[in-house]
Design a protein around this ligand. Structure first.
Ligand code: CP
Ligand code: NVA
Length: 322
């Protein structure tokens, strides 16, 4: 059914084929909703047992310089469910880890593969890989952005709420890769976002400015505040993430002190709308940025977000690689 779907063809003049996905801002609003529509269709039909052999003979290489549960499993299972093949490439096991350049690695992998997903530290490395690769490159998380997660999160909100424009998202915690990606996607989709973080942990000014330029077109209000209660006031979605991201392990103790007041708990949730969705990209540090009663509470959609990584990334792979 999907094979001849206009969503997957370039007939609409909206082709995404062959492109990279390094940041949410690489996609237009129309393309984001296109990802959501394809993901919804794939999800529904997958649950009905309908196979989607749309990437037969295609291979996705997945380079990891950091740990992963969701990203690795959802990409690997996702490409397999589409009839293709995924290769897990631990950076330490390939020559990249022994000093082969990113550029040469991109050139070589492009001769074998139909797409490359990479999870790494510096965002520049992903840009460099994309510059030298002739196949689509997908950012599976850098220190700066995590676009696949933000797309899965907003797809989850879209499933639960229908209309996204006009919703209010409160992000409580670090101005990290998740905060940056959510600022970008909220701006694009007309979702108001209030981010509460301690002084010194704001998202980079360059990211805020880019998001604000998109927000000017959609009317989304983006605010950075200090008080978590102020951010959570009347929120439709309350989002948090770990206080110390991968690569910041040595700052853990200092961050625990600085973020102590930035916990998503029952008291904070009382400031949000009564049916506010609770979101977290996972992995969570229970008892730190979020309490058990909230993450396991009836408004929590954290495992739906995790599931939707699979469906959304299948849509992304189809749109970029089919
Ligand atoms: N949310 C997320 O990207 O999870 P992993 O680190 O397990 O891939
Ligand atoms: N901010 C977290 C997200 C993990 C999915 C990290 O980078 O470790």
């Amino acid at each position: 059914m999907l094979k001849n779907d206009p969503l997957l063809t370039d007939d609409l003049g909206l082709g995404m084929r062959g492109r990279d996905l390094l940041c949410v801002r690489d996609l237009s609003v129309v393309e984001i909703y296109r990802v959501f529509e394809v993901a919804a269709l794939l999800k529904r039909e997958h649950k009905q047992g309908i196979p989607h052999n749309l990437l037969v003979g295609k291979s996705l290489g997945m380079i990891f310089r950091k740990s992963s549960t969701r990203t690795r499993v959802s990409f690997e299972v996702g490409i397999w469910q589409l009839g293709g093949h995924g290769l897990h490439l631990n950076a330490g096991d390939i020559q990249l880890g022994r000093g082969e350049t990113v550029g040469d690695t991109a050139e070589v992998l492009s001769r074998y593969l139909d797409g490359i997903m990479i999870r790494t530290f510096g965002h520049e490395e992903v840009i460099e890989l994309a510059k030298h690769a002739s196949v689509p490159v997908i950012n599976g998380l850098t220190d700066l952005f995590h676009p696949c997660q933000a797309l899965a999160d907003m797809f989850t909100a879209y499933e639960k709420r229908g209309e996204l424009s006009g919703l209010k998202l409160a992000f409580i915690g670090d101005g990290n890769n998740m905060a940056n990606s959510l600022l970008c996607i909220c701006a694009k989709l007309g979702v108001d976002m209030s981010l509460a973080c301690p002084a010194g942990y704001e998202p980079p000014q360059s990211v805020v400015e880019l998001a604000k330029s998109d927000a000017a077109l959609t009317g989304a209000k983006l605010r950075i505040v200090r008080d978590p209660m102020e951010a959570a006031q009347d929120a439709d979605i309350v989002y948090t993430d770990v206080w110390a991201s991968m690569g910041q392990e040595q700052e853990k103790a200092e961050r625990e002190k600085n973020f102590a007041k930035y916990q998503v708990n029952g008291e904070l949730m009382a400031a949000a709308k009564p049916d506010a969705l609770v979101m977290h990209c996972l992995p969570a540090h229970r008892g730190e940025e979020i309490t058990d009663d909230v993450i396991d509470g009836r408004n929590s959609v954290v495992f739906d977000e995790a599931e939707n990584r699979l469906h959304v990334q299948k849509a992304i792979m189809l749109l970029l690689m089919a």
